[in-house]
Design a protein around this ligand. Structure first.
Ligand code: F6R
Length: 611
């Protein structure tokens, strides 16, 4: 989604702003801009389209004339992606410029009020009201104007604001949308995304909801939103500059796919000691395992697919009734929850608006809440009763890969620990499952060694088709959904996934000679059943790509040698993991052959902070 950058220092602001905006590019955007402050004036430059357009538009004079500036990459919500609607937005008389992430819900009312007082607006955005309010509320005190302005805003925001009269200060505030600061040798940096600050400092300040800061080149003063001062301590930044670089890979997506044996090892070794599975800070949750009557796993997109895997695995291992819920639907549903329900929220960013809203609903209903989050100190991790931090490290490609598999392994471990606490898994099975999970990093290494060649060959064959179907049953089904999502989001080929047995209830009418079907057959429990569904589509002319143990698929004469993404054997209940990694590789190579913008697919954003 939108990205905020800010720099105030002893050197010219432009190179730092551009560098930060470049690092924010991966989050998705359609226009960008910067505003530079010097005593007496604010200069704004904005462009529609790629950052390259903005870079071309910034002239040398601007590069030299200011050490204080703010920048923005916009992902349009209110108003189309035009230069006028791009941020920064200036107030009418040019006293203030602002950049904003989030949505001001009462902007129409505020805009009408300002128009009736004679203010002229120059964009269609909700954000511009913030700039106009700052100016209306200003006499000669930046903070008083900020206090009065914030008290009128409803909705979510992260803002950075510069004022013509204070060329050595940037004001920023957060409510519901992330904002972080750090201070290095060169000065103060502001960003909406902690990854973009990697390499600038080892310490960062994360603004909490309702917090503000007045930033100078030396440091920051922190306040509550009524401008009462508050103390704030920095936290360690655990992202290295290398994390934010491709390190020789052509794309971040490929780098992150290939990191999965290491991220899996971190996840596994972080939670298995001997035969015991442990999660720091979660003992009191496991102590009441026998009181949990229902578990709702809640997330969006790929995280929802992890929820669905979690449902299958947890029901199988623990016997607890589970459901997988799409956060944007569940938040508006009447699904019953009470204090015997555990709601598990799964999110890479920890900032997904619908998942956060679902968390608020769950807490209001008295449910216990557990967040599984990749970004430390994100809103979801701060607001959940219990938190598990996944060990995937910074994920830059928009399409999730390593964060998804870290989530998957985490839910496998939780299910197994719950099963042990509830005494509903045989000792022998428990040891076998634990041993399998311990060996997952090796299994992934095997996939990363063998599958890329197979995936490239298949990608050549399918890269120009007009549609692809994915089928899988039981624990294979969530991986079919994830495989289809991954392929469509990076290659733009329409893909749909179905439970294998569901195809004949309508969708099979779309299968004709030459239609490609990807059949997930990683779980031997249901392999013969899916094989039956494969026969149904083959007899209607479909070409089938198999995902599973190649020996088994060939021996049983299910499939043709050429089109197999071959996986190591998996415990059936955990089959989605290896299947998903093979399908990430397929998606990557298809997108590459189609010349797509793999790390930043069109219209997508890394962190979906709007409803
Ligand atoms: C797909 C993808 C998205 C995210 C979804 C939730 O590759 O990355 O579907 O999984 O937007 O995001 P988080 O996990 O940040 O809540």
């Amino acid at each position: 989604m939108c990205g905020i950058a800010g720099f105030i220092g002893k050197e010219m602001a432009v190179p730092y702003l551009i560098d930060c905006l470049e690092r924010l590019e991966y989050r998705g955007y359609d226009s960008s801009g910067i505003a530079l402050c010097k005593k007496g004036s604010i200069e704004v430059t904005k462009r529609k389209g790629k950052l390259a357009e903005l870079k071309k538009a910034i002239n040398v004079k601007e590069k030299k004339n200011s050490c204080c500036g703010i920048g923005h990459t916009r992902w349009a919500t209110h108003g189309s992606p035009t230069e006028k609607n791009a941020h920064p937005h200036m107030s009418e008389k040019g006293l203030f410029a602002i950049v904003h992430n989030g949505i001001i819900e009462n902007y129409a009312e505020l805009k009408n009020e300002l128009i009736s007082e004679g203010v002229t607006f120059s964009s269609q955005t909700d954000s511009e009201v913030i700039a106009q309010l700052f100016e209306k509320n200003y006499k000669d005190d930046f903070l008083i104007s900020a206090r009065k302005t914030l008290s009128r805003l409803e909705g979510a925001y992260a803002i950075a604001v510069i004022c013509r009269d204070f060329p050595d200060r940037i004001f920023c505030a957060r409510k519901g949308s992330p904002l972080v600061l750090c201070f290095g040798e060169k000065g103060g940096f502001i960003s909406s995304d902690v990854t973009s600050l990697a390499g600038q400092s080892n310490e960062i300040y994360r603004l909490d909801d309702g917090e503000c800061a007045l930033v100078s080149s030396e440091g920051a003063e922190f306040f509550f939103s009524d401008m009462v001062p508050k103390e704030k301590l920095p936290e360690k930044l655990n992202i290295s500059a290398e994390d934010a670089q491709k390190q020789g890979y052509e794309h971040f997506m490929l780098k992150e796919i290939f990191e999965q044996n290491q991220t899996a090892a971190r996840t596994v070794h972080g939670h298995i000691r001997g035969d015991d599975i442990f999660f720091e800070g979660l003992d009191s949750l496991f102590d009441i395992a026998s009181d949990i009557r229902r578990i709702a796993f809640i997330g969006c997109g790929s995280a929802y697919h992890v929820c669905l895997s979690a449902k299958y695995v947890t029901e199988r291992l623990t016997g607890i009734y589970c459901s997988a819920e799409i956060a944007s639907e569940w938040r508006y549903s009447d699904s019953p929850v009470d204090k015997s329900t555990l709601c598990v929220f799964i999110s890479q960013s920890g900032e997904t608006a619908d998942t956060l809203a679902a968390l608020v609903k769950a807490k209001a209903s008295g449910a216990l809440t557990l967040g599984i989050v990749n970004v430390p100190s994100s809103s979801l991790s701060v607001k959940s009763d219990f938190v598990i931090q996944t060990a995937a490290g910074a994920e830059i490609a928009v399409a999730t890969t390593k964060a998804y598999t870290a989530q998957l392994i985490t839910v496998y471990l939780i299910a197994l620990r719950l099963a042990k606490e509830k005494d509903c898994v045989d000792k022998e099975d428990y040891v076998r499952y634990t041993e399998f999970i311990r060996r997952i990093p090796d299994g992934i290494s095997e996939i990363l060694a063998c599958v890329p060649g197979q995936a490239q060959k298949i990608a050549e064959e399918i890269c120009n088709v007009s549609q692809i179907y994915f089928i899988g049953r039981n624990t294979d089904y969530p991986a079919a959904l994830e495989g289809a999502l991954k392929l469509k989001e990076v290659s733009y080929i329409p893909c749909e996934a179905y439970p294998s047995g569901e195809l004949k209830h309508g969708t099979i009418s779309l299968i004709e000679k030459g239609t490609y079907v990807v059949a997930l057959m990683g779980s031997s429990d249901v392999l013969a059943k899916t094989a039956g569904n494969v026969k149904e589509v083959k007899s209607r002319g479909a070409r089938v790509i198999f995902v599973g143990n190649a020996d088994r698929i060939r021996t049983d004469n299910y499939g043709n040698e050429d089109k197999i993404l071959s996986l190591p054997d998996s415990e059936n209940v955990f089959s989605a993991l290896y299947e998903s990694i093979a399908l990430q590789l397929l998606a990557y190579y298809v997108a590459k052959m189609r010349g797509c913008d793999i790390d930043k697919p069109r219209n997508l954003a890394k962190s979906v902070t709007v409803e």
